[in-house]
Write a protein that binds this ligand. Structure first.
Ligand code: NAD
Ligand code: DAU
Length: 357
């Protein structure tokens, strides 16, 4: 029987990529619950809205009555929970929203799902997949081994602390109630539809607009980059193959320093913009500007993905150079998608954060 899925945060970056991936491969009902805040964009799933089995609901995961109604009327058996406040810099400026959505929102979903699962007689095929991050494990120094599923939690930002809290709740619902929760912890994603506050799309847009490329601190921080399509296949495999209560690390085996990404983006943009009929206002490299570091900035993340490789046979397929090239091409050719996001609110946010730069 096809799964009847509720996808929270399905109008955001990873959520919308996943919804499209899922709809191409599976039949069955697909309901997206998204508050359509600054990062949730109806345009991200517009191509799916003509499918009868697809429904986008604008609403808050903290709204228990709404979640109950959706689980019941849509006969949901599977929740894939992406919805979150996701940007570290915003969590430093205003942590309250992170506690509300990431902790209280996750708790609300877990409670509603527990109620439905119990009322239905605890069916074996029900699943609650909680999407989380490598940031819960804290920061690595240059020679530390990569994070495994048993690395102790040590979140350093309000964002990662709120995600760690929600991971603990999902874990506790399995251990206490036997509820079939699954948790995935993934490294940095990149690809189409990422909101241009995150490193890669921000740099792409600023190069096109001739604006400074703000590099925090010395630019030597390392992230483990994974193409969003690889994240989608990993989530799908976890959903189909993992045992209730399982936790899987997902990553790209691809550690790169921030400054090297910025250099690569400058080069790719310089090469690809003219081919797409776009004249760059300034030489990209000249826009690089080192600015004050992010408070509490984690130095390095790296994921050990041997468990998911061994148990589920998953590995990333994208090579970073090709993935970055594809991503740059997407931002070059989707001005209609990103231009509306450069609104007064968005600009104001950056002004508050960094002043004029
Ligand atoms: P995003 O900010 O692009 O999307 C988040 C979505 O959640 C948005 O559509 C937003 O409108 C929605 N949302 C926020 N608050 C909500 C609420 N109260 N009710 C309903 N919807 C709400 O983030 P993303 O990068 O797509 O991340 C998705 C998930 O993956 C998050 O849980 C994040 O922690 C996790 N994650 C992200 C990355 C990454 O590199 N982006 C890596 C690992 C894990
Ligand atoms: O590791 C997974 C996490 O990756 C996810 O859980 C988060 O939701 C996601 O936002 C991302 O967090 P990061 O803080 O790593 O991503 P961000 O794109 O904000 O920054 C990547 C690196 O680039 C980080 O070291 C900070 C730096 N940076 C970022 C921005 C936006 C800059 O130097 N300049 C910038 O303007």
């Amino acid at each position: 029987m096809p799964k009847q899925v509720l996808i929270t945060g399905g109008a955001g970056f990873i959520g919308s990529n996943f919804v499209r991936h899922w709809c191409q491969r599976h039949t069955g009902r697909v309901v997206v619950l998204d508050i359509l805040g600054y990062a949730g964009n109806r345009a991200n799933v517009a191509d799916l809205e003509d499918q009868a089995r697809f429904r986008l609901v604008k609403g808050d995961i903290c709204d228990r009555a709404l979640v109950d109604e959706l689980l019941t009327t849509e006969q949901i058996d599977t929740v894939i929970h992406f919805a979150a406040e996701s940007h570290v810099d915003r969590s430093i400026l205003g942590p309250a929203a992170f506690v509300q959505t990431n902790v209280v929102g996750t708790f609300t979903l877990l409670e509603a799902f527990r109620d439905r699962w119990q009322t239905q007689g605890k069916p074996h095929h029900y699943r609650f997949l909680h999407i989380s991050t490598d940031e819960v494990y804290g920061s690595l120094s240059a020679d530390d081994p990569a994070f495994t599923e048993t690395t102790p939690y040590a979140p350093n930002s309000p964002y990662s602390a709120s995600k760690a809290s929600s991971d603990h709740l999902a874990r506790a619902y399995f251990h206490t109630y036997g509820m079939p929760t699954l948790i995935t912890n993934c490294s940095n994603n990149y690809g189409p539809y990422q909101f241009p506050e995150k490193l890669i799309p921000l740099m792409c847009l600023n190069i096109m607009l001739g604006k400074p490329l703000p590099v925090y601190g010395d630019g030597q921080n390392v992230r483990d980059w994974l193409h969003v399509s690889d994240h989608c296949t990993a989530i799908e495999q976890v959903l189909h193959q993992a045992e209730p209560g399982d936790v899987y690390n997902i990553g790209g085996n691809n550690q790169v320093k921030n400054i090297d990404i910025v250099y690569q983006l400058c080069e790719l943009m310089g090469e690809m913009a003219p081919a797409n009929g776009i004249e760059l206002p300034k030489t990209p490299r000249e826009l690089i500007t080192f600015i004050a570091d992010r408070p509490g900035h984690d130095r390095r993340y790296a994921m050990d993905i041997s468990k998911i490789k061994r148990d589920l046979g998953w590995s990333p397929v994208y090579n970073f150079t090709d993935g970055l090239r594809q991503t740059v091409a997407w931002y070059l050719t989707h001005r209609d998608w990103w231009q509306p996001l450069l609104s007064a609110e968005y600009q104001g946010y950056y002004k508050n954060l960094y002043g004029d730069r």
